[in-house]
Design a protein around this ligand. Structure first.
Ligand code: PLP
Ligand code: COI
Length: 364
């Protein structure tokens, strides 16, 4: 639902903005999430007053009371999206309305204030506009991080009566260091990410906090990401710590775990499903067991496996490690379907492939 709820933003430009040469230097192969632009957008929400004090201002630290609710009960949600500079110089966002909708769904699950979709889009658009010089060309992009947290100073356990919504941005290149052609994943048989009735489908910080122990285990085992299995049986593949997952079968069809409330409904996932079907491929959303994946990788029934998400785009999974050993996907080299889908998706995002779905949203 979109309302006609435009807010008036006060714009206070940074008094000492980063010089052009320094911006140019920071756009060369930036490490994901380390370099930030000059500005941020903030909007406050107070019970009885609603959304107010919308500002575009210089990026600065927040001043928080030690009793600020988010520091205690983790009432926080976020989004991840990217702004692209196309080959023609035009600036665009990819399906931003879907992020705005998911943000509302996450807020509802976490009992937080409802941010109208058009205000979310206005805020994101305002930051991209003021920090447009920070959008890399080529394969880079400007990663946008809208988020909201409980800002009330109160230690009682209940939904807060004050929230701050904020958008920050950072120029990014590949999520995985060195832009690896395939990553290695760790299958966690001990830790799960989300249970039925929990917050798995919401993009809340707590889900990621809970996943970090498994990510640490993955790194200790030389892996890039964790594959989480379901919480009830520790059997069914759900998703990765920060990405959804697809399997390419030997008949050329795609298989991906269904959205049953425990995994994040990825916008890249939904786009891949639509794109693949448009290309004539069969896509099945069905539970797939870890044991089946292992057996199918060995028999050749699974040819490719890939992770997808805003940060990771489409990244092949080459090697799978788990407590009982490891296996390789396919012959380790042929990744035709993964490559084709990646080329199509990034082509649409960057204006190189016709956007037959109306996904690209230009920023004037
Ligand atoms: N799953 C998790 C846990 C994620 O953090 C992400 C990234 O946002 C995704 C899936 C993919 O979602 P999207 O394609 O909307 O970026
Ligand atoms: C994103 O893709 O936006 C995510 O939130 C995932 C995380 C790995 C940064």
């Amino acid at each position: 639902m979109s309302t006609d709820n435009q807010l008036k933003f006060t714009v206070e430009r940074h008094s000492n903005p980063t010089p052009a040469e320094q911006i140019a230097a920071s756009l060369v192969d930036p490490v994901f999430g380390r370099v930030f632009t000059d500005h941020m957008v903030t909007i406050r929400w107070t019970e009885g007053r609603g959304w107010h004090d919308a500002k575009v201002e210089a990026r600065r630290p927040f001043q928080l009371d030690p009793a600020c609710a988010v520091l205690h009960y983790a009432q926080e949600i976020f989004e991840g999206m990217k702004a692209y500079r196309g080959a023609d110089g035009k600036i665009s966002l990819f399906r931003p309305g879907e992020n705005a909708k998911r943000f509302r769904a996450s807020a509802a699950r976490m009992s937080m204030a409802d941010l109208p979709e058009d205000v979310f889009l206005q805020a994101v658009g305002a930051l991209v506009d003021i920090d447009r010089d920070w959008i890399p060309g080529g394969d880079g992009s400007l990663y946008l991080r809208p988020f909201m947290f409980a800002a009330e100073s109160f230690l009682g356990v209940r939904a807060a009566a004050e929230y701050i919504f904020c958008v920050i941005a950072c120029p990014v290149g590949a999520y995985f260091k060195g832009g690896k052609s395939a990553v290695t994943v760790w299958v966690s048989d001990q830790y799960t990410r989300a249970a039925s009735g929990g917050t798995g489908a919401a993009k809340c910080g707590g889900n990621y906090a809970a996943s970090l122990i498994a990510q640490t285990e993955a790194s200790a085992n030389g892996c890039d990401q964790v594959v989480f299995l379901d919480a009830a049986e520790h059997r069914w593949i759900e998703e990765l710590g920060g990405m959804n997952v697809f399997f390419v079968m030997d008949d050329g069809s795609l298989l991906t775990p269904p959205l049953a409330g425990t995994i994040l409904p990825g916008i890249t996932r939904a786009s891949i499903i639509q794109l693949a079907r448009h290309e004539g491929m069969t896509v099945t959303e069905a539970p797939y067991a870890f044991e089946a994946w292992r057996a199918d990788a060995a028999s050749g029934r699974v040819r490719e496996t890939f992770a997808c998400g805003t940060a990771a785009v489409v990244t092949a999974i080459g090697q799978v490690r788990h407590a009982g050993g490891e296996f390789t996907i396919g012959n380790g080299a042929e990744r035709d379907v993964t490559q084709r889908l990646r080329t199509l998706l990034t082509g649409i995002q960057r204006g190189k492939v016709a956007d037959s779905f109306g996904w690209v949203h230009h920023i004037a």
